[in-house]
Design a protein around this ligand. Structure first.
Ligand code: GTP
Ligand code: MG
Ligand code: NA
Length: 466
């Protein structure tokens, strides 16, 4: 295989922004899915990846006659790989992980709220990476007397609004314009941009994820930025570039890695070199899966099995042994196709492993923490640190007897730490019974929103003092 000029891979598009601005809803609208409705508390707590093929993009942009450059949208890319990130404060690890891979970003801003804390945090990440982005100025349907018309260019839809509605839009837009200027960013409504201004000015696309207004324009604008600003960067190249995004236990599959394959291809039987909690290690690929088109990798789907996949794509990889459960997220996955490459890649990983280990470093005493994925575990630990709650042990997957045994060792240190905080994981009956057999019993707190776990622990501390 060779790199051919003009042979584009899918650009990686990361969706960033403050909590509840509508990131997941925007993707739901584009994919015709309803992931957001199924999220606990309506908040995103895991990173997502969706392969959006060309035919879907063509359908959604068919009415967009004119984008910023040229008269017709000339699509040269094979599709988009879209990464959804959480907007909640504690998940800066996943925002940083998502943005570190992206070629183009969509920054979602709630037009009613303007810029918020995690909007600014996201802007910082994007500036640091010099990553071009498009702003979706979302929830325009909430403007007084808004008349929706999702199958036409949003510019026309705005033109056709009543005077009062147009004025309110203008007022809200001006507010965002001023706030962006404070961040030293120049924004312009996408239809006002000229070719010369591309790359310097940030295009704004007014959208509604609920009615679909502006969604076609948003995709068109993203494709435009990908092809015209980062064109060179998205050329397909056979050299493998892959990053581990998540480590999870999947019922029936065992421990798996969710990865973003940016470039090159992965094959069954390939030898992976990964960063692990005990240092770099090598293991073989047993199975490769991708989500079906337009479905999110993080949602339990009819995942499609492959012998070989080509970047860019979101993949789920199962290893031959169970050792991949020790993998660290945010780190590269190297593929050693020659024997001497294993040691070489281990050396490369050795240099980068420090920061990733810091995110999960434990104390000698504290609670036992368990989560469904490494990313949410890290976020939970980050939250515990800010709340000054100590933790002594961590694990991914269902709470088993083995976890309770480990947690019970804390009873000798300090009874208040005889606690398991379990996020988004089941507790086996055996584990529950074992926990109750201790004196005092091991408390298992379960929740599907990470913030609820510390509330439960705080209450436990108060009850103990009584
Ligand atoms: P996090 O992932 O938790 O950071 O949130 P998010 O940015 O993904 O936002 P989400 O998609 O969860 O939407 C938050 C809320 O806003 C939900 O109740 C949505 O129904 C609502 N919402 C999203 N987009 C729109 C929109 O365009 N118009 C209106 N009226 N409501 C919207
Ligand atoms: Mg979301
Ligand atoms: Na939300």
């Amino acid at each position: 295989e060779q790199a051919i000029e003009g042979d584009f891979r899918c650009p990686i598009v990361c969706v960033l922004g403050h909590v509840d601005t509508g990131k997941t809803k925007c993707l739901d609208n584009l994919r015709r899915t309803n992931v957001q409705d199924g999220e606990a508390g309506g908040i995103t707590q895991h990173i997502g990846a969706t392969n959006m093929p060309l035919d879907c993009i063509e359908k959604r942009t068919s009415f967009v006659k004119k984008v910023a450059f040229g008269d017709k949208l000339d699509i040269q890319i094979p599709g988009l790989l879209i990464i959804d990130t959480p907007g909640h404060e504690s998940f800066s690890n996943l925002r940083s992980r998502g943005s570190s891979l992206c070629d183009v970003a969509i920054l979602v801003v709630d037009i009613m709220h303007g810029l918020e804390n995690q909007t600014r945090e996201s802007i910082k990440l994007l500036k640091k990476k010099r990553c071009p982005f498009v702003v979706a100025l979302n929830k325009i349907d909430r403007i007084y007397e808004w008349k929706s018309s999702p199958h036409q260019d949003v510019r026309k839809t705005i033109d056709n609004q009543k005077e009062g509605t147009k004025n309110q839009f203008k007022k809200l837009y001006d507010n965002v314009y001023t706030q962006m200027a404070v961040e030293e960013l120049n924004i312009k409504l996408f239809w006002e941009l000229t070719t010369e201004e591309a790359g310097e000015w940030i295009p704004i696309v007014p959208t509604s994820a609920i009615t679909g207004d502006g969604m076609g324009n948003l995709i068109a604008q993203v494709i435009d930025s990908a092809q015209n600003i980062v064109g060179k960067k998205i050329t397909y190249n056979p050299g493998v570039k892959c990053t581990v995004m998540e480590v999870k236990a999947i019922e029936g599959l065992g421990k798996s890695i969710d990865a973003i394959l940016v470039n090159g291809c992965l094959q069954n039987g390939d030898q992976m070199v990964l960063a692990g909690q005990q240092g770099p290690f090598a293991t073989h690929i047993r199975q490769i899966y991708t989500p079906p088109a337009n479905k999110d990798l993080r949602v339990k789907n009819a995942w499609v099995k492959h012998d070989r996949v080509k970047g860019a794509t979101g993949v789920k990889v199962v290893g031959r042994g169970d050792d991949i459960e020790k993998s660290l997220a945010g780190m590269p996955m190297y593929i050693a196709r020659k024997d001497d490459e294993v040691e070489y890649f281990k050396g490369e990983l050795e240099e980068e492993i420090g920061d990733a280990l810091d995110a999960i470093r434990t104390s000698s005493e504290g609670v036992y923490v368990q989560a469904s994925t490494l990313g949410s575990l890290e976020a939970l630990l980050e939250f515990l640190r800010t709340e000054k709650v100590k933790y002594s042990n961590i694990n991914i997957g269902p709470v088993n007897k083995r976890d309770i045994m480990k947690a019970s060792t804390m009873l000798e240190h300090d009874e208040k730490y005889g606690v398991v905080l379990a996020f988004d994981v089941p507790v086996t009956r055996d584990a529950q019974e074992l926990a109750e057999s201790f004196k005092p019993p091991i408390k298992i707190f379960t929740a599907n929103i990470i913030y609820h776990l510390t509330d439960m622990f705080e209450k436990h501390l108060k009850d103990q003092k009584k």
